[in-house]
Each structure stands twice: as C-alpha cells, then as structure tokens.
Ligand binder design. Sequence first.
Ligand code: ADP
Length: 320
Amino acid sequence: LNTIAVLTSGGDAPGMNAAIRAVVRTAIYRGLKVKGIKKGYNGLLNEDIIDMEPRHVSDIIQKGGTVLGTARCLEFKRPEYQKKAADICRKHGIDGIVVIGGDGSYRGAQALSRQGINAVGIPGTIDLDIACTDYTIGFDTAVNTAMQAIDKVKDTSSSHERCSIIEVMGRHAGYIALWCGIANGAEDILLPENYDYNEQEIVNHIIESRKRGKIHHLIINAEGIGHSTSMAKRIEAATGVETRATILGYMQRGGSPTATDRYYASIMGARAVDIMLEGKTNRVVGYRYGEFTDFGIEEALMMQKDIDRYQYEVARMLTI
Ligand code: ADP
C-alpha cells in the first residue's frame, strides 16, 4: 500500500470532516500518500482529485458538511463507469479508497472492490440506517439539533395549548424520530417502519390527554410519513385543538458536530486506514456492542436492522 484516497458520498453529515481529517493524518503518519476526491463518485469519474497534506485538513474538525463536497452519481451504478473509475484510480496510483457515506455509497465501494481497488467504508449518515453499526457519523449532531429545535416549538405549543406536529428527517428510518420522541417527550411518534398508523387513534389520544390535563400534544413525524401540514389541518378539524405543523428540514443536516460525532468519526477514520495497512480488503468500519470493529462489505450490506420494539414501547409508556 502506497497511496490511498478518500471521498464523501451521498447525503452530507456533520462529522464527515473529522473523518476526512483522521484518514488524511493517519495515512501520512503511517507513511502513506493521500489524495482527496471531490464530490463523491462524480469527482472520481471527472478526475477531480487533489493531493492532501496534513495542513489541508486544519481547522475543519468543528465544521459541518464535508470539505470534499459530496454528490449523488447515478452513472456509478453502471458497470462501465465502475470500470472507468477503477482505471482512473490505477492511473493516479491509488491502491485503496476510503468511502464515507451510507448504504448506497457502500454499494459503490463494493463495485470498486470488484474492479480490483481496495475500498473501505465508513458509516456517514444522519439517519443511523446502516445495519452493521450502532453508530453513524452525524446522527448524534442531527438528533441534538432536532431536539433543541423541538424544545423551542414545544414552549410555544404549551403556552398556547396547541398540538404540534414536527417533521424530522428520516425517509426510510425513524431513528431521529424515535430519539426525539423520547428526548422531547412526544405524545405520538410516527415512524416509516410502521407506516400503517391510524389517524383516528391520534385524534382519540389528543382528546384523552386533554382530559388528563395535558396542555400540549407533541407529535413527531418522520419525513418518510410526510404530509405534516395536511395532517395538522385534519387533526385540528377532528379535535378542535389548534394544531400546527413544523418541518425542520435541512437545518438537521448541518451545524458543528457534537463531541460524540467528532470523536467517533476520528477513530473510524483512523481505523479505516489501519485496516488497509493490516492487509484487509473490502471492509466497512462499524461500532457495535461498545467496540470499534469491521465487517466485509458484502456481509454488511446483507445485514438488516429495525427499530427496537421495546424502546418504542418506552416512548409510549412515558407519555401517560
Ligand atoms: P447514501 O450513501 O447516503 O446511502 P445514496 O444512496 O444516494 O446515498 O448513494 C450515494 C451514491 O453511491 C450514489 O449516488 C451512487 O453514486 C453510489 N451508489 C448507490 N447505489 C449504488 C449501486 N447499487 N452500485 C454502485 N454505486 C451505487
């Protein structure tokens, strides 16, 4: 191993910069050369590749987003482009590539590894929806950002005795919704994992909890469920309780990463490089059962995870 490269792909997440910094500095510390690939697989196909030195990653650990830029690259799903990308890696002397991103990005990494380029993935997504790991870069920051925003909305909601529907990110996975549901004390949590929620039950719940003396009613709605504004109108009509929808949106994806995200991203970035130096190929870094570990990409992509039923039940129990 002589030269490695690093790229960020898919949706950006706070903490990706800490991972980039760790990859660059670990590699150089261990005597390797490092290149940065801009804008994900797009940048690789366009040969948007720069040399990285330790000072290039100065002063970025505290910044949200990704200094390398990220993109979605649909072409990369096609074998001819995967082959082209591997040829470009060989042309630039890149023997190994660290891909920071979600499941989709891992599939791209798997494709590169099939073309003979050693690829190692690092879990980067605010959605926490990567099965092989209990931690993904950006989740902690996103959930804290959402929690703080929801606290603010809840203040007004309580003062005016309103019902609030707050839509948080999570198109396919409800981890942000579940965590905020517990952390903000929401009365109802709507997750994409159990999409068959019953609006009449929510209406009944609001009416009952008014009777029990609750002055606000907070509903956390995951993005994957959507329709928060029209839901608010229907709920207001059915309950007579003033109901407002707030869609938090992209604010949840940005901002300075928490200590947890900086710390885990740094360890994972270093691990990705050290895994390659140990001679391992085509792996993804994970954190499971309290330890940093790694899995084969194929194995990682076959694993499944789902919202823990007990944790969901706790959220419901605690809102009586
Ligand atoms: P994430 O990595 O956050 O899951 P995406 O699903 O958008 O985000 O994937 C990011 C990029 O990874 C895609 O734009 C594409 O370039 C690449 N990718 C996704 N799926 C595949 C696939 N099946 N084969 C090759 N590359 C893929």
